[in-house]
Ligand binder design. Structure first.
Ligand code: B12
Ligand code: SF4
Length: 507
C-alpha cells in the first residue's frame, strides 16, 4: 500500500555548494506524492526501490551522467523528466533520454507534469515550455528534503532573485529566466529564519543579487537585523559604490564573487561584458575596505588573448586586494551565442560535455596561442596564485583587515582566516595537479557511501519526505496546497478527495 513516488535527483560536480533547483520544484509538487531529493554525491541512490516519476537536474558538465541515469530508469519503466540549463539549451537532445524535458524555470511545467502523471502517466511526454512562476506566490523551498547536514554548516543555499539584467555573450542566464525578477523580501527573510540551527553562514545562489538597487537596499536592511554571515555573486560595478558595499557588510556579507573575466579591455568588449577593466583595482580595494572577501572569476582563451595574458593577470592580482580567484578556460556552453559561433567556425575541439568544466580541457581552439599554451598558462597561473608564498601574503592581508570575518567569535577570527587561506591552496592544487585531481575525483565519488544511515534504511524516501509535511508531528511546514497561493492560482486543488488513476493503481 503506497502513494505515487517521485524522486528528484541532482548530479552535482563538486561537494561544496548545494543548489536550490530541486528544493524549489519539490515545494510545488502536489501533496499526493511521496517525494525525496537525492544528491548523487552525498548519498546512495537506491535504484531498484519502487519509484514512479523521476526528475533529474544536471548542468552541462554532468549531463552525460544524467542521460545514462535517465536511460536506466526508463528501461525499468519509470517516467523520467529532465530539466536545468543544459536541457533547456538542447531540449531535443535531452528528449532522446527522457519522457519529458522542461525548459527554463521549471515550476509551472513541473506542476503540469505532476498533474498529467496523476491522471495518466503516458500523458507526460515531449518538451514543456511554460511561463515562469510568480516569485511572490512560490512556497518556501523544501530544504527539509535536502539533508543539509551533509553540506556542512557554511553553505546554506538561499535565493532572492532570478536572472540577470546583463547579456554577456558566454552566459546562459538570460536564456533561463524571463528577465531579472526578485522575490519579496519577506519570502527571503523567511528562508533565512527556516535555516537549521547548525547553519553558520549562507550563500545566495542568485546570478547577480544586488542587480536591483532598491530591492537589495531593502533586503540588506532586513538582513542586518538577523546578523547571519552570507556570500553572494555580484557584478563588479556594485563594488564601485562604497555605500552599497557598506550596507552589504552591515547585512552580514562576508564574501562577494564576481565575474571579472579578463584584465584586457579589448577582450571584455568583444565578449559583450560591458565592464571597465580600468575600474577593477578600485572595485577590489573597495570590497577589501568594506571588510568583505572579494573573489574574482577569470577566463582565458578569448580571441584577443595572447600568451602574455597570464603574466598580466598575475601582476594585476599580486597588486590588487582580491583575496580569492578562480581561473578557467572560456567555456562556450551549449545554447549561448558564442557556442553557436564557434560551432559555425569549426573551432569547437570537443563535444564531450564532461570536458565543459573549464579545467583540464581546452574546448575552443584559441587564435593567438596554441591549445597547449592555453592550458599550461592556466595551470601556471593557478599554481602561482595559490603558491604557499602568495597565499601567505593574502592571509596576512586578510588578518590585517579587522572588519573581515568580524561577525564570528573574535578569538576564532585569525585561525579561521588562516585555515581558509590554507584550504584554498589545497583546493586549487588538487584541481590543477593531475595526480591529486585524480585522487580527489575518486574520493568525491566514494563520499556518498560514508553515511551509515543510508545503508541501514536502504531507501531514499526517509526523513519526513515520505509523509506529507503536515502529518509530521511538530512539522514546521504547513500543508503545501494551502501554503501555496501559487498552486491555487494555477488552478490546483487538493485532489486527494478525488479518485486518481495512478493512486488507484498503486494503492
Ligand atoms: C550553486 C551553483 C554552483 C555550485 C554547485 C553546483 C552543483 N551542481 O553542485 C558550484 C559552485 C559548485 C558550481 C559550480 C559550477 N557551476 Co554553477 N551555479 C550555481 C548557481 C549559482 C545556482 C544554482 C541554483 O540553485 N539556482 C536557483 C534554482 C532555483 O534555479 P535553477 O538551478 O536554474 O533551477 C530551475 C530550472 O533550471 C529548472 N530545473 C533545474 N533542474 C530541473 C530538473 C527538473 C526535473 C525540472 C523539471 C526542472 C529543473 O527548474 C528550477 C526551478 O525553476 C547557478 C546560477 C543560477 N543562478 O542558477 C550556476 C550555474 C548552474 N553554474 C554554472 C557553471 C558553468 C558551473 C561550473 C561549470 C563553473 C566552472 N567552470 O567551474 C561548475 C560546474 C557545476 C556542475 N557540474 O554542477 C552555469 C551552468 C551552465 C550550464 N550550461 O550548465 C550556471 C547556470 C551559472 C551561469 N549563469 O552560467 N555552481
Ligand atoms: S553579469 Fe554575470 S550573470 Fe549576468 S549575464 Fe553577465 S556573466 Fe551572466
Amino acid at each position: 500500500m503506497r502513494r505515487p513516488r517521485v524522486k528528484l535527483i541532482t548530479i552535482p560536480w563538486e561537494l561544496e555548494v548545494p543548489t536550490l533547483s530541486l528544493a524549489t520544484l519539490a515545494s510545488v509538487t502536489p501533496p499526493h506524492f511521496d517525494i525525496c531529493i537525492v544528491d548523487l554525491l552525498r548519498e546512495r541512490l537506491f535504484l531498484d526501490e519502487p519509484t514512479d516519476l523521476v526528475g533529474i537536474s544536471a548542468s552541462t558538465p554532468r549531463i552525460n551522467a544524467a542521460y545514462a541515469l535517465a536511460d536506466l530508469y526508463r528501461s525499468k519503466g519509470v517516467t523520467v523528466v529532465l530539466g536545468g540549463h543544459h536541457a533547456t539549451a538542447l531540449p531535443e537532445e535531452a528528449l532522446a533520454h527522457a519522457d519529458a524535458v522542461v525548459c527554463g524555470e521549471g515550476e509551472t511545467s513541473w506542476m503540469r507534469i505532476c498533474d498529467e502523471f496523476l491522471s495518466n502517466p503516458s500523458r507526460v511526454s515531449g518538451i514543456y515550455r511554460d511561463p515562469p512562476p510568480d516569485l511572490a506566490a512560490l512556497p518556501q523551498p523544501r530544504i527539509d528534503l535536502m539533508k543539509l547536514d551533509r553540506y556542512g554548516s557554511f553553505y546554506y543555499p538561499i535565493i532572492a532573485s532570478r536572472g540577470c539584467p546583463e547579456k554577456c555573450g558566454f552566459c546562459f542566464a538570460k536564456r533561463m529566466t524571463q528577465g531579472f525578477r526578485t522575490y519579496p523580501i519577506a519570502h527571503v527573510i523567511e528562508q533565512v529564519k527556516r535555516r537549521p540551527a547548525f547553519i553558520r553562514s549562507m550563500y545566495f545562489v542568485d546570478d547577480n543579487l544586488p542587480a536591483d538597487p532598491d530591492h537589495s537596499r531593502e533586503l540588506f536592511f532586513e538582513l542586518s537585523k538577523l546578523k547571519v554571515p552570507f556570500g553572494m555573486q555580484a557584478r563588479n560595478e556594485f563594488a564601485l559604490d562604497r555605500d552599497r558595499l557598506a550596507q552589504a557588510h552591515d547585512a552580514g556579507c562576508v564574501f562577494i564573487s564576481s565575474g571579472y573575466e579578463s584584465v584586457s579591455q579589448q577582450t571584455l568588449d568583444r565578449t559583450g561584458k560591458r565592464a571597465q577593466a580600468g575600474n577593477y583595482r578600485q572595485a577590489a580595494a573597495n570590497i577589501y575596505d568594506a571588510g568583505i572577501m572579494g573573489s574574482g572569476n577569470w577566463m582565458f582563451g578569448f580571441d584577443s588573448d595572447t600568451p602574455e595574458v597570464f603574466e598580466e593577470t598575475l601582476e594585476f592580482l599580486d597588486s590588487s586586494d582580491l583575496l580569492h580567484s578562480t581561473f578557467t578556460t572560456e567555456i562556450p556552453f551549449p545554447g549561448t551565442a558564442i557556442w553557436r559561433r564557434y560551432e559555425r567556425e569549426g573551432r569547437l575541439l570537443s563535444h564531450d560535455y564532461d570536458a565543459y568544466v573549464g579545467k583540464g580541457h581546452v574546448i575552443v581552439r584559441p587564435t593567438l596561442m596554441s591549445e597547449e599554451q592555453l592550458w599550461q598558462g592556466i595551470r601556471w597561473l593557478t599554481t602561482q596564485y595559490y603558491s604557499p608564498r602568495r597565499a601567505a601574503r593574502r592571509i596576512k592581508r586578510a588578518v590585517q583587515n579587522k572588519k573581515l570575518a568580524s561577525l564570528g567569535p573574535r578569538a576564532l577570527r585569525t585561525p579561521a582566516l588562516v585555515f581558509l587561506g590554507m584550504y584554498q591552496v589545497y583546493q586549487w592544487h588538487y584541481r590543477m595537479v593531475p595526480s591529486l585531481n585524480w585522487l580527489y575525483e575518486r574520493l568525491v565519488s566514494v563520499n556518498k557511501h560514508k553515511y551509515l544511515k543510508d545503508h541501514l534504511r536502504r531507501t531514499n524516501f526517509w526523513s519526513r519526505d515520505h509523509v506529507r509535511a503536515s502529518e509530521v508531528p511538530g512539522a514546521r511546514f504547513p500543508p503545501l496546497s494551502s501554503a501555496s497561493p501559487f498552486l491555487h492560482r494555477a488552478g490546483y486543488t487538493d485532489r486527494r478527495e478525488q479518485p486518481l488513476a495512478v493512486e488507484e493503481r498503486l494503492l
